[in-house]
Design a protein around this ligand. Structure first.
Ligand code: HEM
Length: 409
């Protein structure tokens, strides 16, 4: 979650950056990236230095880029050198600033904020949600199965995570289409004006919801936040808004991009689809491997002091992006990294980052992917991309295809 359309910009390369370490990778928007993003990010290991400086683009701020798993692993676990403060990429008024919570709260306070919402997506809670996720998946499939085709992203990949999320937040499912539009507008709009307008709509809606839940508490995440007391004190209005807003942004597009990427691959690889169907007991390894090869986002930090990685001197105030999808293709950690191998020895992927800020929704996301895979393959085991389809990817900080037209039968 290192950048969006609103956050990027090309700035002069700082003087301390050696010219040989400048590499304009155009991650998130260059033609090679957009043609096949995961292939491109895997290939960076052969093209770019392991630590390089990218001048920035309309989606990413100028920053040091880390390709190696071990480097990202270290950065994510050392907030004393690499802070997430100010890393939130969304348009905010500098005169009316609010932090994106919990990402922009550092340890030790961070834990108090996570404790407010973690129980709503804990492993135990996610198991309790499994039935309702399965039900929603089947309701969505019911709507298109007899047609012999669907536009997977629109008909399944987006509505499913939005429905689950609305349930967790205790918000009405009737808001489904609006939430999809807002998430797409904030994360993928290339036009700053569109992003600003969507930001205004989201702000207005969330503020109204926050007011409602303050008056009428319920069991959902918005209510938990509104009434939460990190360290025993109620949160300010700005904190509450930053918390609710970030859950909305973090929990939607990431899951839809993941599902859409996976289903393009399944459509193109019928024999691997069959392998998944034939080995139901291996489903958890299947999910981990698919999350590794289709990890969808990035992690941005800022240096609190000068620091050196692999002999590269970085200075206080420099930004550092862990290119998590590339780290998950690091050949030193995952031999034959681009091979999709469901029997790989277990090694945690960085799809959900790591350290204090590792993804709060990881258990939920895994469950959503698992249920979708199981239910879709159970009911529609044979499908392919519609004839003549050319998959196009969104530019931006969450990697996923725009459309996934499938057909079967
Ligand atoms: C496949 C789906 C998902 C992926 C790949 C993903 C990825 C990530 C990553 C990489 C981070 C770390 C960001 C950083 O360090 O800068 C993160 C953090 C976070 N994610 Fe997710 N995420 C997913 C789903 C979700 C869901 C479903 C939710 C909410 C229900 C969620 C909520 C959060 C929150 C709140 C944080 C910030 C945690 C903190 O700062 O303590 N994510 N996610």
């Amino acid at each position: 979650m290192a950048g969006t359309a609103q956050a990027g910009g090309v700035a002069p390369i700082p003087d301390h950056v050696p010219p040989e370490l400048v590499y304009d990778a155009r991650i998130t928007e260059g033609p090679e990236f957009l043609a096949a993003p995961h292939k491109y990010l895997a290939g960076l290991h052969h093209k770019a230095p392991p630590v390089f400086f990218s001048p920035g683009s309309s989606h990413m701020r100028p920053a040091w880029q880390l390709l190696k798993y071990e480097d990202a692993f270290f950065v994510l676990r050392h907030p004393e050198y690499f802070t997430s403060l100010g890393s939130g990429p969304f348009p905010r008024d500098p005169n009316d600033w609010w932090n994106i919570i919990p990402l922009e709260i550092e340890p030790p306070h961070h834990r108090k904020y996570r404790a407010i919402v973690d129980p709503l997506v804990s492993p135990k809670r996610v198991v309790e949600l499994e039935l309702s996720i399965r039900k929603l998946a089947n309701e969505l499939i019911d709507q298109f199965i007899d047609k012999g085709e669907c536009e997977f992203a629109k008909d399944f990949g987006r509505p499913l995570p939005v429905g689950v999320f609305l349930d967790i937040m205790s918000l009405p499912r009737s808001m489904m289409d609006e939430f999809v539009r807002w998430a797409m507008g904030l994360l993928h709009a290339q036009d700053h004006q569109v992003a600003q307008q969507v930001m205004g709509e989201v702000t207005q809606y969330l503020n109204a919801v926050i007011k409602d839940k303050a008056a009428q508490p319920d069991g959902g995440a918005v209510s938990a936040i509104v009434h939460g007391k990190p360290g025993g004190e109620p949160m300010s209005g700005r904190e509450i808004f930053g918390f609710v807003f970030f859950l909305f942004i973090a929990g939607l597009d990431t899951v839809f991009a993941t599902l859409n990427n996976i289903f393009v691959w399944l459509a193109e690889n019928p024999e691997r689809r069959q392998e998944i169907i034939d080995t139901p007991d291996n489903v958890n390894n299947v999910i981990e491997e698919l999350l590794r090869v289709f990890s969808v986002t990035f992690s941005g930090r800022t240096l609190t002091q000068d620091y050196e990685i692999r002999g590269v001197k970085m200075m206080k105030g420099d930004r550092v992006t862990s290119i998590l999808p590339s780290c998950n293709f690091d050949p030193d950690i995952f031999p034959n990294p681009t091979e999709v191998n469901f029997h790989r020895p277990r090694k945690p992927t960085l799809a959900f980052a790591g350290g204090a800020h590792s993804c709060m929704g990881a258990h939920l996301a895994r469950m959503e992917v698992k249920v979708c895979l199981q239910e879709f393959l159970r009911r529609i085991p044979n499908f392919g991309l519609k004839a003549g389809t050319k998959i196009e990817y969104w530019p931006g900080a969450v990697i996923g295809p725009k459309l996934v037209p499938l057909s079967w039968g």
